[in-house]
Ligand binder design. Sequence first.
Ligand SMILES: Cc1cc2nc3c(=O)[nH]c(=O)nc-3n(C[C@H](O)[C@H](O)[C@H](O)COP(=O)(O)OP(=O)(O)OC[C@H]3O[C@@H](n4cnc5c(N)ncnc54)[C@H](O)[C@@H]3O)c2cc1C
Length: 448
Amino acid sequence: MARRLADLPQRRRKTSGAKFMAMQVANTALCPDVPGLPRCELYVELPETGFEEPLSGLKQETLELVRRFAREVMRPEGIKLDRLSAEEMIAKGSSYWHVLEKHRALGLEAILTSDLSPTDLVDLQSMMSEELGWGDAGLGVSIGASGLPQMMAMRWGRLDLLNAFPQPYVGCWGITEPVAGSDMLDWDRQAGHPQGSYDRPSLIATLKGDRVVLNGQKSAWVSNGVTADVCILYTTFDRGQGREGICLFVDLRQAGVTRGKPLEKMGQRCVPQGEIFFDNVEVPTRFIAAGPDRYTDAVYDILTEANSGMGTTFVGVARAAYELALEYAHERRQGGVPIIHHQNVRYRLFHMLRRTEAARALARRVARFNAVSGKRALQASICSKVTCTQTAFEVANDALQMFGGNGMTRAYPLEKLLRDARAALIEDGCNEILAIKAGSLLIDPDKA
Ligand SMILES: Cc1cc2nc3c(=O)[nH]c(=O)nc-3n(C[C@H](O)[C@H](O)[C@H](O)COP(=O)(O)OP(=O)(O)OC[C@H]3O[C@@H](n4cnc5c(N)ncnc54)[C@H](O)[C@@H]3O)c2cc1C
């Protein structure tokens, strides 16, 4: 409900009749009615996603569907799953699997074939991603990683790969290795040390007739690594011609593939992670998505997609933290008043709102640019990822501070939000490496 300045209780004074009439005449001259001047609204109730313009039918309906799923399924289940061991979380019968099933049952792919304009479609995708992050960052990442191989196959026009590994397949993206985390993501060495050299890769692909043979392992950090059916795999390719890479789709249910123990970690505990081992695993060459000549392009393209997705997802985490803090500030009393009446609390809340709004605006703008401008810029996606994950971390940290001692306990959701946001500063590339890489991409080759 909007509260206006004019609605506030006015102090009453006793005034004589003649004096009152004189004042009325003066008031009419001094205070003419100005119908075009809007009343100052002291309190404006905002939509969930802040300074959002009203949405059209399909956008609003789809968003409502995802929002309900985030509120009624992801948020409560995420809190419970966070407290299980990594093994319990992925055990048969765990609610983790129900969350994935319920997400699938929403049937969100239908919007891809709707008559939404490309701009509306990408906006809606950004909004949906924010809702998933709001519900639970780990589950949101798991859902996103799950469909990543298929999404890249679609992007690259590889319907054969899409048909070979259709949607019910749970997907993952395997790129980082025990000996090469940042090095695998910065394949073309934009951030690499000029005198640096590489250790032997943890996973090597070789060619044998019409098969690619894989030996070695990916890192314990692959999201869905222990549960996925299909991996969009980025690895070193050895054909005796120096450092080369290859990107291929690998069925993880085949002989020779084994998984490590699910990883116990601090944040985003609801995304199952763990090593994938390959022992003479043979993959038909028709499952190659990008050979050595196009490998760097394939790294850039998936990073552009993933970093932009991280941006929109972690706006949701920032928003969740802001909302919780705002509510708590109205409820918690100190000094005889709700703490929102203390100046520093309002000041902090304002900056939390401002940073979340700024991050959201950037995340949506980047997603739009990459989808509809006819250009794709990794530096744009990195702007989004670095800003939004940093914002989520700072806003969650501020929210926890506002909860005082309660923020530190498991009885309140803040400590989990902070742990989830912290992991994002490393996920899909450490923010500092990404920043160096994006900075390198600003160099105009014609000028420097
Ligand atoms: C929640 C989460 C989800 C993830 N999901 C996936 C996934 O789905 N698939 C996947 O393959 N991987 C995934 N990762 C792995 C992630 O991409 C790596 O952890 C990240 O790229 C960093 O690699 P690293 O951990 O090996 O650290 P390292 O590369 O060893 O870096 C260690 C430190 O050295 C610094 N450093 C490294 N190189 C340089 C340099 N050139 N210049 C300056 N400083 C440098 C880094 O900034 C960092 O502080 C995930 C990680 C997390 C936390």
